[in-house]
Each structure stands twice: as structure tokens, then as C-alpha cells.
Design a protein around this ligand. Structure first.
Ligand SMILES: Cc1cc2nc3c(=O)[nH]c(=O)nc-3n(C[C@H](O)[C@H](O)[C@H](O)COP(=O)(O)OP(=O)(O)OC[C@H]3O[C@@H](n4cnc5c(N)ncnc54)[C@H](O)[C@@H]3O)c2cc1C
Length: 382
């Protein structure tokens, strides 16, 4: 049964990741953000904790965590750094998650151990320069030629785009079927014709790697087709049900980190002869953030629990992501307000949290797309 209380093993996991993030990420997060570079040095340390193969079964070298546990990991990392959190979340949920869901035994044996050990980082490409929310507009094309598929096109906003070495790419195999004519393929770094065409400079998540990819006559062996022909979009919907719980957990962690910083600052900073925390206006901001984040936490816990029961969570994942992303943003905004002018400087981590959190209202489906998903579910229920 679902419980409001975490199990002993969930509590231990939370504490372990918290301690890890405080020791190995917190001292460097600001520097990585300013340098705008993916911190490759953190990869083996995250691997030691088994965080690159969270949902991968132990037989393929993973940690075999539940959805609930993986959401706890993403949340705890985000409390300290959004970039590391999204790197772990996307690697696990998207590229690795797609191979886990749709891969045949040979593909799982070949790719999952590399991904789970962090020896290879995974990237996943659906978005294109002219097709984001509407996957029907995807132009990247795969055409069968003898025993291979020939890929041409481009993808944009791809997380781990230049640091990845295993890529799941969605390409159109039946253009007349629009999004229902997409098929997934596994690509490897170094395949002739496959290049990173641009590094994307972003508002936040500076230490997460985001790139544009280009495919010119890339020859992909037929055995690298992932899942059934023209089934890529349907598999994507299932992958996003899980991925959105991760983005919700990331927003929750960023909001909680900001709330914690604001709470501490409000108790220390004095104005008019009192601590800021003595002013009711400040107390109410803290109370609103705490309440909204607690509601987000419950939505995440319910969606993750349903996933762990093997259920589809299309609406529940959208509820969690839509709410947590907005609650996280509001918590970061209030945290800056409570810090006053100092909140607007880079000296305090709350401005970075707000910049990082904005992505949670956009990636893996914007707030508007989450509302469309929820509305579709409601109207379909009659
Ligand atoms: C940092 C970052 C990392 C990312 N990582 C990845 C990744 O690893 N792999 C990947 O494939 N993609 C990735 N993305 C892409 C991301 O998923 C898309 O940006 C997102 O889906 C929105 O698509 P778009 O940017 O083209 O916006 P658009 O679809 O052009 O939307 C623009 C605006 O219009 C609104 N809109 C669109 N359609 C509707 C509608 N029907 N009704 C109402 N409003 C609508 C949107 O909500 C939004 O406000 C990433 C993006 C970012 C910024």
C-alpha cells in the first residue's frame, strides 16, 4: 500500500544522496555554472553510487531502483544542483529508459551495462528545430537501404548531446503517418555523418550539456532499430510518463533547496531591529512555498507509486510535473525576494535555482502541453 512515510531503505537512500551532494557537488556547483561546462569529474563518483543505472535491473549492471527511489535521488541532487540532477534524470529516463522499454535482449546486453556504469552517457533526441511540442512535424528521415537505415536531418536541445556516446534518435520512417510514423534508432558516437553541430547557450542549467545534432547519410545497422517500426512515438509517450515524474522531482528539489536557503537567511538577516523571519510577510512567503512544495511531493509520490504498481500514469505524471514545476518556480522566486538585493546576486544560490527551475516548465512537455494532456484525459472520461 502507498504510505505517506518513506520506507527505511528510501530514507537511507535520501540521506546517502544528500550527503554525497553536499560533499561532492555543493562546493563546485557555482563554479561549474559560471564555467558553463559539464563536470565530467562527477561522472565516476555518481557511478560509484549506482546513479547512472537507477532503473536498470541488476542483471544488466544497474541498481534496480523503484520509480519512487529514483525520484528521491533526482530531488536530492536538485536541492544542490539542477544541472547534475537533469543529467542523471535524462540519462536514466530517456536514453536508458527507451532501451529498457523497447530494446531486444541483444540491445539490452550491449548497451545497458555501459549506460548503467556511467562508462557511456546517454542522450535522447525527439525535438527538432521546427518541431517541439508537435512531434508530427519531425523531419529527420530514416530510409531503409539493404541491411541498414540511412538517417538525414537534425535534432536540437539534446541533453548530453556532446558528452554522450549512446544516442536514441527518433526518425520518420513513414512520413504520411506523421508522429505515428516515427521509429527509434540507437546511434553511437563516431558514426560517419553524425556530428554535434552546435552547443546551445542557455539561461540556466549551465553545467548540463545541451546540443544540436546533425545527421548526413548516417548508416545505422538494421539491428539498431529500437522497438517496432513506426512505434517510436507510442513508446515515447510511455517513456515521458516516467520522465515527467523525474522533472517534477527536479523542480521539487530546486524549490526545496531555495526554500531552505530562504528560511536560513530570514533567520539570520536583521532589519528594523528584528530577524526577517519575525515579519509576517516573510513568514507567509515561506509558508506558501512549504505548502505548495508539500503538495507537489504528494503528487510525485502518488505517480511514482502507481508506476511501481506497473500502471500507466499519463495524467498523474502531468499533474505532478505541472504542479511541481510551478511550485518550484514560485518557491525560487520567493526565495530571491526574501534575500532582497543579495538574492539577485550570484553570491547566493537562489538565482541559479530559479534559472535552472525554469526548464522544468518547458522540458519533456511545457506547462501548456501538460494541461493539454490532462484536459484530453478529462474530456475522454465523459
Ligand atoms: C535545457 C533543455 C533540455 C532539453 N533536452 C531535450 C532532450 O534531451 N531531448 C529532446 O528531444 N528534447 C529536449 N528538449 C526540448 C524540449 O522538450 C522542448 O523545448 C519542449 O518540448 C518544447 O518544444 P519547443 O521548444 O519547440 O517549443 P514549442 O513547441 O515551439 O512551444 C512554444 C510555446 O508554445 C506553446 N504551445 C505549443 N503548442 C501549443 C498548443 N497546442 N497549445 C497551447 N500552447 C502551445 C508551448 O507551450 C510554448 O509555450 C530540451 C529543452 C531544453 C530547453
Amino acid at each position: 500500500m502507498i504510505s505517506f512515510q518513506e520506507t527505511e531503505s528510501e530514507k537511507i537512500l535520501r540521506q546517502t544522496v544528500r550527503d554525497f551532494a553536499l560533499k561532492h557537488i555543493a562546493p563546485f556547483a557555482r563554479k561549474w555554472d559560471e564555467e558553463e561546462r559539464f563536470p565530467l569529474e562527477i561522472v565516476p563518483k555518481l557511478a560509484d553510487l549506482g546513479l547512472w543505472g537507477m532503473r536498470v535491473p541488476e542483471e544488466y549492471g544497474g541498481s534496480g531502483m523503484s520509480m519512487q527511489e529514483s525520484a528521491i535521488v533526482v530531488e536530492e541532487l536538485a536541492k544542490i544542483d539542477g544541472s547534475v540532477s537533469i543529467s542523471v534524470a535524462s540519462h536514466n529516463a530517456l536514453c536508458t529508459g527507451h532501451i529498457l522499454l523497447a530494446g531486444n535482449e541483444a540491445q539490452k546486453k550491449k548497451y545497458l551495462p555501459q549506460l548503467a556504469s556511467g562508462k557511456a552517457l546517454g542522450a535522447w533526441g525527439l525535438t527538432e528545430p521546427s518541431s517541439g511540442s508537435d512531434a508530427a512535424g519531425a523531419k529527420t528521415r530514416a530510409v531503409k537501404k539493404n541491411e541498414s537505415w540511412i538517417l538525414n536531418g537534425s535534432k536540437t536541445f539534446i541533453t548530453q548531446g556532446s558528452v554522450g556516446s549512446i544516442y536514441v534518435i527518433l526518425a520518420s520512417t513513414s512520413p504520411e503517418k506523421k508522429q505515428h510514423g516515427l521509429t527509434a534508432f540507437i546511434l553511437e558516437r563516431g558514426m560517419p555523418g553524425f556530428t554535434v553541430s552546435k552547443h546551445i547557450e542557455k539561461m540556466g542549467l549551465h553545467a548540463s550539456d545541451t546540443c544540436e545534432l546533425s545527421f548526413v547519410d548516417v548508416e545505422v545497422p538494421a539491428q539498431n532499430q529500437l522497438g517496432q517500426l513506426d512505434h517510436g512515438f507510442l513508446d515515447t509517450l510511455s517513456i515521458l510518463d516516467k520522465g515527467r515524474i523525474g522533472i517534477a522531482a527536479m523542480a521539487l528539489g530546486l524549490g526545496e533547496g531555495a526554500l531552505d536557503a530562504a528560511r536560513k537567511y530570514a533567520k539570520e538577516r536583521q532589519q528594523f531591529g528584528k530577524a526577517l523571519s519575525d515579519f509576517q510577510a516573510i513568514q507567509f512567503m515561506l509558508a506558501d512555498s512549504a505548502t505548495e512544495l508539500a503538495a507537489g511531493s504528494l503528487l510525485i509520490r502518488r505517480a511514482a507509486w502507481l508506476q511501481d504498481q506497473g500502471r500507466r500514469t499519463t495524467m498523474e505524471s502531468s499533474y505532478a510535473k505541472l504542479w511541481a514545476a510551478q511550485a518550484g518556480m514560485r518557491a525560487c522566486d520567493r526565495a530571491i525576494q526574501i534575500h532582497g538585493g543579495y538574492g539577485y546576486t550570484r553570491e547566493f544560490p537562489v538565482e541559479r535555482a530559479l534559472r535552472d527551475c525554469k526548464l522544468c516548465e518547458i522540458g519533456e512537455g511545457t506547462n501548456e502541453v501538460q494541461r493539454l494532456v490532462i484536459a484530453r484525459g478529462l474530456i475522454g472520461q465523459s
